[in-house]
Design a protein around this ligand. Sequence first.
Ligand code: ATP
Ligand code: MG
Length: 396
Amino acid sequence: MNPVANPYAPGAGAPPPALTGRDELLETVRIALERVRRGKPAKSVLMVGLRGVGKTVLLDRMRDDAETTGIHTLRIEAPESRSLPAMLAPELRQALIRLSLVEKAKKLAQRGLRALAGFVKGLKLEYSDISVGLDYEPEPGLADNGDLEHDLQALLEAAGEAAQKADTALAIFVDELQYVKEDELAALITALHRTAQRRLPVVLVGAGLPQLRGRMGKAKSYAERLFDFPEIGALSAQAAELAITQPAEEEGVFVDGDALERIVKETKRYPYFLQEWGKHSWNVARASPITREDVERASTAAVAALDESFFRVRFDRLTPAEKTYLRAMSDLGAGPHRSGDIADRLKRAVTSLGPVRSHLIAKGMIWSPSHGDTAFTVPLFDEFMRRIMPGHDWME
Ligand SMILES: Nc1ncnc2c1ncn2[C@@H]1O[C@H](COP(=O)(O)OP(=O)(O)OP(=O)(O)O)[C@@H](O)[C@H]1O
Ligand SMILES: [Mg+2]
């Protein structure tokens, strides 16, 4: 059928034509933000889930929803290399400038901007990647200690006071939170703990890989009490079907029951895969309805497309030793696997593989669901590894 009308949207962060199965979570976050704005206690929310389950599109939707109700939002994506203060500073500046336009919050927002100036001045030696325009002179003693934990707390308190005065809230949206360094996470947790104690309207909505939960707990032991960690995973069967049928029907196209069943089976209800199968099934179908045969013919193209994008971008960032490790894991199946079993497969000692395993965790390729266990963070990555490194050569 006409590819121009194809509604499906595979791609990192690409908003789906129908965001299905997440209404409850959207509502939970909406309520939390609204409570925070009213000075009522509410936990910050950190969504954890594997690659491609829809964390980024959820964050973006939550942010849009928050903005429409007049909540001030900041949006950060933590890359592996930049520091948290460097990412936070320009976003906070913009939020404070916007707050300074609200007449009754003007004074406090300007104080927030002075806190930001002190923050940058105090930390720019340690975090040389901070670059932000400063609008005011620092106020001596305000967020300018040069100690991240102390200064971030003072800065978020000042920003929270301004938001409170403006009858709004500051919602900080951070994607890929697992990449933030431990001491920076600790500072963020402390600052949020403080604003929560003071009932200031500052809240974090984060997303990250499953290792995030453990990283937060390691950074500050009380983190697990301070935050909610909803798990985002594959969709329910009903939501998965709706993700396929609703966009098609909006274009006047039907998907028959057998075709749907096949898509659900091939994709294991993972959002990214659903978009890819929807797209290719649409393209190979000649007319409505899309049939089981269409889906079967589309599968090769869908797998090839995933191999070239979703899986490939991850694979290309691996060293040869890391590839071999993941290939050995994939030989054992979908996982999780005991580290000892992986080492056995490689005919190596577990301890000698420690560094490779740590690097793979830092890169966000694997995580440890429980002590001594190792699992992929990318769904169906085991199948991909067996496709891309077939045979037994990798063992040598
Ligand atoms: N609830 C949903 N229903 C249908 N499709 C969805 C849903 N959520 C996400 N998608 C689709 O899944 C794909 C992946 O979404 P997204 O990039 O948000 O995932 P992610 O969890 O952030 O992945 P990563 O960990 O790789 O960043 C996109 O193509 C998106 O359109
Ligand atoms: Mg994402």
